[in-house]
Design a protein around this ligand. Structure first.
Ligand code: FES
Ligand code: MG
Length: 629
């Protein structure tokens, strides 16, 4: 029987099979399809298989990524779902990023992964794509890339790890990593104890088991209507429920594609509306989510071409927080682990709990083709006593509102973020004290435990130089350690401020993501010195340093003069002491940015500030002509 695809007298039918997509490579579409079929048959595929809709599966397994250790099983389960629903699964890799094994930081590589994801979705003959992600930066990178590529898309979360146990006490990465290390540093536990803790903090594969960035992003995916509400965000990585989520995602992607082909656009740009993102931010506040998720959400939102979506700003995050109680009792804001949240009913239970207060936009679309409200109607949830312990009722929240707050003031004209609910000493949420300033992470490491450091419990610890450009990738160094001499006196929390990030699993009174960052020549945050008086008032959403306008102008001008004089931002502060000169500035000259090679050069020249999401300026607002299907 003649193969109609090779009949030169007939145009190539543009039916569902992705093999027929974008056949322009050789200027001869028949020859392009002919060649494509040569190589896919080389892999053992039959002509019959090639007539099916092609569902790509992005496999982010890596020996360096324990958070994605279950990716091979998820791929298998996902394939079963796709095949059973009549699709053809095609697995392919992209970059995989793990928090602990990425240098200088995972955040530095997030945009690279987003570009990889976008171009692989766009460039390969897939009709729809499922992306396996879990570890902190991976889900944001995949959502950013998927929105820009704009083919039908479903995230498949790898799922949280199980908690471990030490002497009968549950432990989990990585809130308990930090708590226990702090106890060890303070001499409260001994070497034997810390060794035992080290064995148990990550007892299975999967993402960190508390409400850190990975769990937060997983819950946000559910809030965006992109995964199964009952289990998609919370089922443990090693559970059979997680495998069933994978199988379901496979079949759901096939149905999503068939709706798309019959005229209802199911691309990320269509499914993700302003309302979807408002719901996602509501979820972020209700779960006491990670501060990092604020940066990621802004980057994802700013990928969207619709001004109704990308006009969402940090102000919306703050405003939604004011009407959203923190309900989910997980570390670091509360006590539980992700497995508790799952056993309590997961995101389905949370959304049903939030529903009566009217703060959800129920008309937001979802991957099912139903609205969020219709999905909730179709999957009722009946609360039970254990569930209400982990997912508190709206009238008895863990924290009344504004778990994450956005502050502004002369220290952060474009905004900064604090997780008020994770503050350990809530008196510090309204506080005035003298600055104790560190110019960068190296300076901090050298001096923080110096017995002669001029610091008291009322001091405000300030760490400069760890912003998106100042220390490429904006490291999670914002949880400045309590100086050892104060720790020994029992000081457990201090007001700490930086232009960097903090792990979503950490707690304390910590202000992050100061924008613009200190490396910006005009930044006031960059000219703060020891002894300047800093005031925070979280209730009033303000953060200021008490320096006169004239003094600010003088210091900024001096700093710029120093910059012009030696081409190195801040390394020699013209107004500073010798001591300041030697400890101020980046490891590489600021002026090197313009000629720096490779990805580092691309990053430094194009990364935008934290309040916009630290994406590359040329990737924002995916414009017309850049979409896929
Ligand atoms: Fe991957 Fe925490 S290290 S989620
Ligand atoms: Mg993290």
């Amino acid at each position: 029987k003649a193969n109609p695809d090779f009949d030169l007298s007939q145009p190539i039918p543009s039916d569902i099979g992705g093999m027929r997509a974008s056949l322009a490579s050789y200027g001869d579409p028949h020859f392009s399809l002919f060649l494509r079929k040569v190589f896919i048959k080389g892999l053992g595929f039959t002509e019959e298989a090639l007539s099916k809709p092609i569902i790509g599966i992005i496999n982010t397994f890596s020996a360096f990524n324990p958070c994605h250790a279950n990716a091979p099983q998820l791929v298998e389960a996902c394939k079963r779902g796709i095949l059973a629903a009549g699709g053809l699964p095609m697995e392919f890799p992209t970059i995989s990023i793990h928090e602990s094994f990425s240098s200088p930081t995972s955040m530095y590589l997030r945009n690279l992964m987003a570009m990889d994801t976008e171009e692989m979705i766009r460039g390969q003959p897939v009709d729809a794509v499922i992306a396996i992600g879990g570890c902190d930066k991976t889900v944001p990178a995949q959502l950013m890339g998927a929105i820009s590529a704009n083919k039908p898309f479903m995230p498949l979360i790898t799922g949280p790890m199980m908690p471990g146990s030490v002497k009968g006490v549950r432990v989990g990465a990585c809130t308990d990593c930090r708590n226990n290390w702090a106890k060890y540093r303070a001499g409260e536990i001994d070497l034997e104890d810390i060794m035992a803790v080290n064995e148990e903090l990550a007892p299975t594969g999967g993402t960190c088991g508390v409400m850190g960035t990975a769990s937060t992003m997983a819950c946000i995916v559910a809030g965006l209507g992109l995964t199964d509400l009952r289990s998609g965000a919370t089922a443990a990585a090693v559970s059979s429920a997680r495998l069933r989520v994978a199988a379901h995602t496979g079949s759901a992607a096939v149905s999503m594609l068939s709706k798309h082909k019959s005229g209802t656009s199911m691309t990320p740009q269509s499914i993700l509306t302003r309302e979807s993102f408002i719901n996602a931010i509501t979820v972020l506040q209700a779960i006491g989510g990670s501060t990092n998720a604020v940066v990621h959400l802004m980057a994802i939102i700013n990928r969207h071409p619709d001004p109704a979506v990308h006009s969402i700003t940090l102000n919306d995050i703050d405003e939604i927080g004011r009407r959203t109680p923190l309900l989910v009792d997980l570390k670091p804001s509360g006590d539980g682990y992700m497995t508790d949240f799952h056993n309590a009913g997961g995101m389905l239970a949370l959304l049903h709990t939030l529903r009566p207060s009217g703060i959800l936009h129920e008309q937001a679309p979802t991957y099912t083709g139903q609205t969020l409200g219709e999905m909730l109607d179709a999957t009722p949830f009946k609360s039970f006593p254990y569930s209400a312990q982990i997912i508190r009722p709206v009238n008895d929240p863990l924290y009344p509102a504004s778990s994450l707050c956005v502050l502004r003031g002369n220290l952060a004209p474009d905004g900064c973020v604090t997780k008020a609910s994770a503050s350990k000493d809530r008196r510090l949420l309204k506080h005035t004290g003298p600055a104790c300033v560190f110019a960068n992470s190296k300076d901090l490491a050298e001096r923080i435990d110096d017995p002669d450091l001029d610091v008291s419990k009322d001091s405000v610890l300030i760490l400069q130089g760890i912003g998106p450009i100042g220390n490429p990738g904006m490291p999670e160094a914002g949880l400045i350690p309590i100086p050892r001499k104060l720790g020994a006196q029992g000081v457990g929390d201090m007001l700490r401020i930086s232009d960097g990030r903090m792990s979503g699993t950490a707690g304390g009174t910590v202000v992050l993501h100061i924008s613009p960052e200190s490396a910006d020549p005009d930044s006031i945050f960059g000219i703060v010195r020891d002894g300047d008086v800093v005031s925070i008032d979280v209730e009033a959403r303000s953060l200021n340093v008490d320096i006169s306008e004239e003094e600010i102008r003088k210091r900024v001008a001096n700093r710029k003069q120093g910059l012009a004089g030696n081409g190195e931002m801040g390394r020699k502060d013209a107004s500073g002491s010798e001591d300041e000169k030697s400890r101020n500035g980046r490891e590489t000259a600021w002026s090197d940015r313009t000629t720096m090679r490779g990805y580092r050069g691309l990053y430094e020249r194009h990364v935008n500030q934290a309040h916009l999401g630290c994406d590359f300026d040329f990737l924002m607002h995916s414009g017309p002509g850049t979409g896929g299907a």
